[in-house]
Design a protein. Structure first.
Length: 427
């Protein structure tokens, strides 16, 4: 019902052929029709036709969907599954009785913390203090957290280490090195500038080294990807409008996004705001300016780095880059452009690692099952570095490697480019 009702036209494009089943990580894990795209669409149709209601047992199957969109790529009928599950979750979100974890995530973290940089900064500073002062060590060694809640204790262990460097978003411009080829704005994101400050600075260095003036646009906010994942499209629209106002004032050739999940959210602002008379056209304009960093560098084209890196690297496709944005070759091409890097493909590189939005928090057990299977595929490559393109995947893979005691590191593709550029002077 309402503005965000799943489109009947999209829903009935599904002809139940089942080609998508083998692409779906939750189906592969369970073997159950109800945990497959076809099964989930059948449930949407059944609700739409009034044969069943939106009951907890029905919503359970939609909740277990990671929203990885692998089924979209496999579907010969062009079913826009991502759009369908997003709008289905918005219907569920407004009706159901929420568990305490979902309430904390959707009502507090996503609405009251993430959209407000100062509040988020406060929490991140607290987390850094907790990690640096030894409180974390004491809590872990005492087993107190585990006693209180094994779930929280396990979740705490997967939290990323907060660095000292924070990327400022004050509208600063970082000038191109050498001949100027482009002027771009950078989406800093909500959590990335705080927990991935050094990696965001690496992104800026790679862009400037490739002749781009980079503006870290002021007044930008979270892209809204996590809110839409949870079915809160109202908050997503508010955030989208604030970003449109911020970025369209920047007068740039492109808006660069270094996080796959944020990239697809912004590329789909046009569709999100299609019924908004004041913003529909502006949303289309912003969406058309958005470029994933790998896509952008490949098209520019990149100035090949010369610094030699003697690494064996395997690449994990982030779902929202490979399935949603259909970008698979550019990151691999960029990795191959680095002298000395040997790219070893893992089995199933585009199978989800289990990170997916808030999935690691709300569906912890399932998320860890998928992570386990991913770590086994990575292990077979014996690569020392796992490269990827999305902060959620980085955190998830780092955790998988940590609990399996593997001697590997997880890096963004842009980290490796930056490292190669930085070592050029020594070549
Ligand atoms: S492949 Fe497409 S049409 Fe076939 S069952 Fe899956 S979603 Fe439906
Ligand atoms: S989005 Fe991913 S988990 Fe959800 S039905 Fe499609 S393939 Fe399965």
């Amino acid at each position: 019902m309402g503005l965000d009702a799943p489109s009947e036209e999209d829903m009935y494009k599904c002809v139940h052929c089942g080609f998508c089943l083998q692409a779906c990580p939750t189906y592969l894990e369970t073997g159950l029709e109800t945990e497959s795209p076809r099964g989930r669409i059948a449930l949407m149709k059944a609700v739409n036709e009034g044969r069943i209601g939106i009951t907890p047992s029905v919503t359970r199957h939609w909740d277990l969907c990671i929203q990885c969109r692998a089924c979209e790529v496999a579907c010969p009928s062009g079913v826009p599954y991502g759009k369908l599950i997003e709008s289905t979750m918005s219907q569920v979100n407004s009706r159901r009785e929420k568990s305490w974890t979902t309430k904390i995530v959707s009502n507090i973290i996503l609405k009251r913390i993430i959209p407000h940089r100062n509040r988020l900064l406060l929490i991140i500073k607290f987390l850094r203090l907790y990690q640096l002062t030894g409180i974390q060590k004491v809590l872990r060694n005492s087993g107190l957290l585990n006693l209180l809640s094994p779930y929280l204790s396990e979740l705490e262990k997967s939290a990323p280490q907060v660095p000292a460097t924070i990327l400022e978003t004050s509208g600063q411009t970082i000038r191109a090195i050498g001949v100027k080829r482009s002027r771009v704005a950078l989406l800093s994101g909500c959590i990335m500038p705080l927990v991935n400050g050094p990696e965001m600075e690496a992104v800026i260095r790679v862009l400037t080294r490739n002749g781009c003036d980079v503006i870290v646009t002021q007044n930008q906010v979270c892209c809204g990807a996590i809110n839409s994942h949870m079915g809160d499209l109202q908050t997503t629209r508010k955030l989208a409008k604030r970003n449109i106002d911020a970025f369209l004032n920047s007068d740039v050739d492109a808006v660069i996004v270094a996080s796959a999940g944020c990239g697809i959210r912004m590329k789909e602002y046009g569709d999100l705001l299609r019924n908004d008379t004041a913003y529909a056209s502006k949303a289309q304009t912003l969406s058309s300016l958005v470029k994933d960093i790998h896509e952008f560098l490949a098209e520019l084209p990149i100035i090949p780095p010369k610094g030699h890196l003697n690494y064996q690297v395997t690449y994990q496709d982030s779902c929202h880059l490979s399935h949603a944005q259909r970008i698979t070759e550019p990151p691999r091409m960029l990795l191959r452009s680095i002298p000395g890097i040997k790219l070893i493909e893992m089995d199933n590189p585009s199978k989800c690692c289990g990170a997916g939005g808030t999935y690691t928090i709300t569906e912890r057990d399932f998320s860890l099952r998928l992570l386990d299977s991913k770590i086994k595929d990575i292990d077979k490559t014996q690569a020392s570095i796992v490269a990827t393109a999305n902060p959620g995947c980085v955190i998830q893979l780092q955790y998988g490697i940590k609990i399996n005691c593997h001697n590997r590191t997880v890096k963004y593709v842009t980290d490796l480019l930056d490292e190669s550029y930085s070592s050029e002077s020594t070549v």
